[in-house]
Design a protein around this ligand. Sequence first.
Ligand code: GMT
Length: 375
Amino acid sequence: MKIGIVCYPTFGGSGVVATELGLELSKRGHEIHFITYNQPVRLELVSHNVHYHEVNVPEYPLFHYQPYELALSSKLVDMVKLHKIEILHVHYAIPHAYAAYMAKKMLQEEGIYVPIVTTLHGTDITLVGSHPFYKPAVTFSINKSDAVTAVSKSLKDDTLRLFDIKNDIHVVPNFIDLDKYNHSFTDCQRGMMANDNEKIITHISNLRPVKRVQDVISVFHNIQKEIPAKLMFIGEGPEKENIELQCQKLGILDKVIFFGRSNEIDKILCFSDLFLLPSQTESFGLAALEAMASGVPVISSNTGGIPEVNKQGVSGYLSNVGDIEDMTKNALHILKDDARLKVFKDNARNESLKFDLHTIVPQYEAIYEDTLTKC
Ligand code: GMT
């Protein structure tokens, strides 16, 4: 198949999933066209069947807001015609599903039919999409998609609760290339980060308020009072200054390492003992799955789609949002006993196997084939 993929080309989970999906589909013989405003961060190589087409939005002083949807839909029309793209898969409803629908209608005028698959990722539904300013357009775009997928059952339920949806929503969970997370401990250069007696705790996110990064610091602060530990913080975002201040006030700055954005999270996870994800809401929690694939147990909140990934008492523990005491207790329970830590690490890796890309990617292929047959 010739598949056009539209996504946010950033470090966010939706862009990562879209990119990894495109790369795996290309290995399976499909021709992939990424259409977005920057080369996706995880798209390192463009090969004979992986192409990248940049959407340019010319600056014009009249526009207070530059019209990205317009530029995207025009680019989609051009690329579908030029490369004979058969299906468009858009990740994140806003504004991608909307722009794709406009492109589809423009192409129809010329007798070209291209169906649209929309994948909902979370914040496009739970945080942004359900805002009254966007809701009618998001509802319309979802209902006009030829197939709709959600990354967890929880997100499907949220979508049906928040919007008036007429379409079926297929749950296709996020996935992981397990081979990437297969480093043996000797590859890990753990000694550069911490002493042998210190446990390494990790958090990865875009440091937005929804991630509750202050809770990460509070839990770590409690942990390091009981056992020697270091905290690895990966990501950039609006809460960064606040958490640096929080660490300073608590006197733990020397125990926290800020990595900023990184394309090498597998290398950092490789030497981690525990992953913290205390989010307010999370449709899936791709970062938790990436940690588990590296054999890192997860202490998380019990919200959204996280329980579909992190299994209570098996790959880690789940607590109510904001319950720092319970998260601390659970973290120490795992970390204080090396034999128990080893069991949780093995379990985390085993649980991640359910999300192997070789199991999940064929589900998208089946949806494309089904959609093309119906249209
Ligand atoms: O987590 C974010 O804020 C970024 C956002 C995105 O779209 O990139 O993540 C959402 O999609 C990810 C990939 O499907 C999910 O793993 C995240 O759970 C989801 N984030 C939220 O629901 C807050």
